[in-house]
Design a protein around this ligand. Structure first.
Ligand code: HEM
Length: 263
């Protein structure tokens, strides 16, 4: 019987896992396999909800392609065009990413592959390629350095994830995709961090209420950089926890390691 093993160590059989009905029980090479969940289904749905709401808020000023509504001060048409292309394609990645952690989708390999290809080719790839010039055109050194690094990291982690799955290494693929989505999620974390830091600054008296609007603007690049760093640390914790439990490769081989069973 297939078992779902969560990163925290708890396990359930597929029969009792409502989100993984028996008819989609994962089978690789004709064998039942263990599906190691990086996140519990409830957290995956929460992440999806946050991604959809955040995307709607982030895309809104760009939806009508009105340069006057841009939240960023964009110099000319090229800057705006690149920014809009970045925003639309990054939204695809932000919304599709959580679906790949849903057990029922991961168990349907054809759907997992389709969503994954769209996530990478329509989302991550164009969003990362446009993020680099957009960062450079910002004119702010913190944004230029602090966002070109994750943009390149977005491409590198995607490439490593694809390479891993091509050689049948499911565990490495999952780890690289988790890191990749951590980078995608920087858009959300950064936008949560800025008001948090601002409110903390106001509460401890480090920022005077009259300076709040200026402080908020200067905190945006800081939030962007801290955002991907924090996300990568969280992703690494999840990846390491998931690694302590066995998984299956395309060949059906179980990865070595202890299988701590919990009642
Ligand atoms: C590794 C991931 C990402 C990188 C490197 C990145 C990079 C950038 C850069 C360089 C800018 C311009 C910032 C500035 O000039 O101050 C920007 C703006 C923007 N990005 Fe991303 N981005 C990423 C992910 C995302 C995602 C997933 C979304 C989801 C919708 C997104 C939505 C936006 C929006 C809406 C703006 C315009 C600023 C605003 O209206 O607040 N980005 N991004």
């Amino acid at each position: 019987m297939a078992q779902i093993t969560y990163a925290g160590g708890s396990r359930r059989t597929a029969d009792s896992e409502r989100t993984t009905p028996q008819r989609v029980r994962p089978r690789i090479g004709g064998m039942d396999v263990q599906v190691v969940q990086v996140l519990r289904p409830r957290r995956v749905w929460l992440m999806l909800l946050v991604a959809v709401v955040a995307s709607a808020v982030m895309v809104a000023p760009y939806a009508l392609l009105d340069v006057g509504s841009s939240r960023l001060d964009v110099g000319g048409g090229l800057h705006y065009g690149l920014l809009v292309a970045h925003v639309f394609t990054a939204t695809v990645a932000l919304v599709l990413g959580p679906l790949q952690f849903v057990p029922a989708i991961r168990a349907r390999r054809r759907w997992h592959r389709r969503v994954g290809r769209t996530y990478l080719l329509v989302g991550v790839l164009p969003a990362a390629v446009t993020a680099v010039p957009v960062a450079l055109l910002s004119g702010r050194i913190v944004t230029q350095v602090g966002l070109v690094i994750p943009a390149v990291g977005w491409l590198v982690t995607a490439g490593l994830a694809v390479r891993a799955i091509r050689r049948g290494d499911v565990a490495a693929h999952r780890a690289w995709m988790t890191r990749n989505y951590a980078l995608t999620f920087l858009a959300v974390t950064a936008r949560i961090l800025v008001p948090l830091v601002l409110l903390t600054g106001l509460a401890v008296g480090a920022i005077a209420p009259a300076d709040a609007p200026t402080a908020a603007t200067s905190l945006i690049p800081v939030g962007q950089v801290l955002g991907w760093m924090i996300n990568l640390v969280v992703a690494e914790v999840l990846v390491r926890r998931a690694r302590r439990f066995p998984t299956a490769s395309r060949s059906g081989r179980a990865a070595p390691g202890p299988v701590p069973a919990r009642p």
